[in-house]
Design a protein around this ligand. Sequence first.
Ligand code: NAP
Length: 333
Amino acid sequence: MKAFVVDRYQKQAALRLADMPTPEPHEDEVLVEVHAAGVNLLDAKIRSGEFKLILPYRLPLILGHDVAGVVVKVGARVRQFRLGDEVYARVDDFRIGTFAEFVPIKEASIALKPKSLTMEEAASIPLVGLTAWQALVEKADLKKGQKVFIQAGSGGVGTFAIQLAKHLGATIATTTSMANVALVKSLGADVAVDYKTQDFEGVLREYDVVLNSQDGKTLEKSLRVLKRGGKLISISGPPDPEFGSEVAAPWFVRLVVRLLSSGVRRKARRSGVGYSFLFMKSSGSQLREITRLLEAGAIRPVVDRVFPFASTNEALAYVEAGRAKGKVVISIK
Ligand SMILES: NC(=O)c1ccc[n+]([C@@H]2O[C@H](COP(=O)([O-])OP(=O)(O)OC[C@H]3O[C@@H](n4cnc5c(N)ncnc54)[C@H](OP(=O)(O)O)[C@@H]3O)[C@@H](O)[C@H]2O)c1
């Protein structure tokens, strides 16, 4: 099968279009014919080698985490899916590879594709949808009437997280540049701060939850917009000790992880707020909850651009440039 692979970790390096063996699904997996693959910054970061300590892949590696497609083979122990089912998923770590014609996926990580969505729209959802769900529902337990600050509201995570927070009944503030204010408001943001001309710290007060996706300076300022008892959840680091244990990292990696976040954890304790890092995980059951919201029209996909399979490198470069409005998708079949 045709696939885009990483041969060696390097910043900005092009993926190679290769002929790879079509994978065989394990007993608890299905083989999916990929119709569309969502592109995420995680793909670019893995290609650059930023994740090699935490996710030590063997090279050459087929890249890609998000997929929508059709089940073409079913493992012996799979019960919920049949040949011909239209499905979508964020595939599991160490079993990635959606920038390809076929990908094997664990039954536990898949959900039926929302009927109202095209393959391209469905492929745009899993990683960012699950990230928003795990941050706002699982970690923050965001409730009706609470105030949440979601950074970068026009990005892949932001466009989904704003809509989810709205559905949960929260008041939402976000940062974006002037050109995207109308977009974030249409998704449900109550307060839009233009990060190029305004400092959010001077505008936002007494928030219950912050979803941080930017740099260390932004993280530090975020501590000061939270009320006592509030929660700072970061998806852009630094990782906390729980994360080191979760991924069963070797002792020296756990030590580094502990040190990286010691400053922000100390400052959070002093301000009486909670700090946690989230590294999202695949989940078919959470994806089914998300499907319900998509089918009910409570959340809509925001797709910026769809690239043909042959232009996978251009799609990755576009995402890396950091200006995407919503999601970027590769159309494969
Ligand atoms: N830990 C996890 O599990 C996890 C999961 C998903 C994502 N992430 C991480 O979260 C971050 C965001 O991911 P993403 O997919 O949402 O990114 P993205 O879609 O690439 O974000 C692009 C958007 O960010 C906006 N932006 C850029 N700089 C900004 C700033 N300083 N303030 C506010 N908005 C800004 C841009 O808007 P303008 O064009 O208007 O500037 C653009 O619309 C990345 O670092 C990603 O790796 C982590």
